[in-house]
Design a protein around this ligand. Structure first.
Ligand code: LMR
Length: 345
């Protein structure tokens, strides 16, 4: 995930009731004799678990059971992620990356980020990479090609049944996917609903939520952001107003991954069908956010953090000290300190 030579220290967080099974997992990790695994620690204390973490994978959430709607999970999980956001903010390494996998992932990411005053929203990602992998697999299968030849499949919006798997920009071996597959009815019909419902399909088949494929997607997501990737990757990130999506939501968009960070791919043309699909999944995210408003601190102001950061960057690029100071005022304490020290050096 972090490179072939990068040793790792694992800090595993479990609930108090889960400590015994966690011990078993730790034994298995030991027995695996993984050459890069430097140490493993297990704890039920959030601050201990997140202490100095560079990468945090928030995979634990109250799992969805068969027949349960994701909305049932909203409140219970949002409370868990508010606590995790606070602990991350207090103890994780500066500049750390957080990937939220536990459902409802996008809104959990919003809640965690909003409760992390000393971190930037950019540090929090909600995982839609599993949906992207599912979509790429289906497209490769339909076209009869290897999955590595499929690129630029986009997942827009929520990791839920409203997500929009979009192939209007996708390529297969360098050719437009639409020209290779040609079956528009399938691309906007069965394909879309199959990707949207794949999570539920897995739950129905195995009586539990996806595990191995989700873990694999989490690894792919972190690896591509950290080490870089030539392909676009869909990630649930803070919406910044692009594509007309309102600010302050964790909405999945295509991202370029040059290494160490991601940047949103902006300015893609959006046809009428895509726009309606993108709006529908946005509406669901707005409803989810409104359902967990009570867990958002009063300082939560949709979309503001990123705009503040942009203002700081513009002031920095203009080398305007007064504007830099003004723009940094409203940023988290750690960043104010960094700006102050940069200005004085
Ligand atoms: C998946 O996409 O496999 C899971 O997120 C489904 C779920 O709700 O647990």
């Amino acid at each position: 995930m972090l490179g072939k030579d990068q040793p790792v220290r694992l800090q595993l967080i479990e609930t108090k009731q889960g400590m015994s099974p966690l011990k078993g997992v730790m034994m298995e990790l030991e027995d695996g004799a993984f050459p890069l695994l430097e140490s493993v620690k297990g704890t039920s204390d959030l601050e201990e678990g997140f202490g100095d973490a560079n990468f945090s994978l928030l995979v634990g959430a109250m799992p969805r059971k068969q027949g349960m709607e994701r909305s049932d999970l909203l409140s219970a999980n949002a409370a868990i992620f508010a606590d995790q956001g606070k602990a991350l903010s207090a103890t994780a390494a500066p500049g750390s990356r957080v990937l939220i996998v536990g459902n409802p992932a996008n809104t959990n990411a919003l809640v965690a980020a909003a409760n992390a005053p000393d971190m930037l929203p950019e540090q929090f990602m909600a995982m839609t990479r599993l949906d992207q992998s599912r979509a790429e697999g289906m497209i490769a299968d339909k076209a009869g090609v290897d999955v590595k030849d499929v690129d630029r499949v986009i997942i827009w919006g929520n990791h839920s049944a409203t997500q929009y798997p979009d192939v209007s920009h996708a390529r297969i071996g360098g050719r437009w996917a639409k020209d290779v597959i040609k079956d528009v009815k399938w691309l906007t019909g069965d394909f879309v609903s199959k990707v949207q419902k794949r999570g539920a399909e897995v739950i129905a088949a195995r009586g539990a939520s996806s595990a191995a494929s989700a873990a694999s997607a989490a690894i792919d997501n972190i690896r591509d952001v950290h080490l870089g990737s030539k392909k676009w990757q869909s990630i649930g990130v803070l919406s910044d107003g692009s594509y007309g999506i309102g600010g302050g939501l964790w909405y999945s968009v295509p991202c370029a991954c040059p290494g160490l960070h991601y940047t949103r791919v902006k300015g893609l043309p959006v046809d009428e069908y895509s726009a309606s699909m993108m709006n529908a999944t946005e509406a669901e995210l707005v409803a989810e956010r409104d359902a967990v408003r009570h867990l958002l601190p009063s300082s939560y102001d949709a979309g503001v953090p990123l705009q503040k950061l942009v203002a700081l960057k513009e002031a920095w690029d203009a080398n305007d000290k007064a504007r830099i100071q003004e723009a940094s005022k409203s940023l988290p304490a750690r960043f104010q300190a960094a700006v102050k020290s940069a200005l004085s050096s």
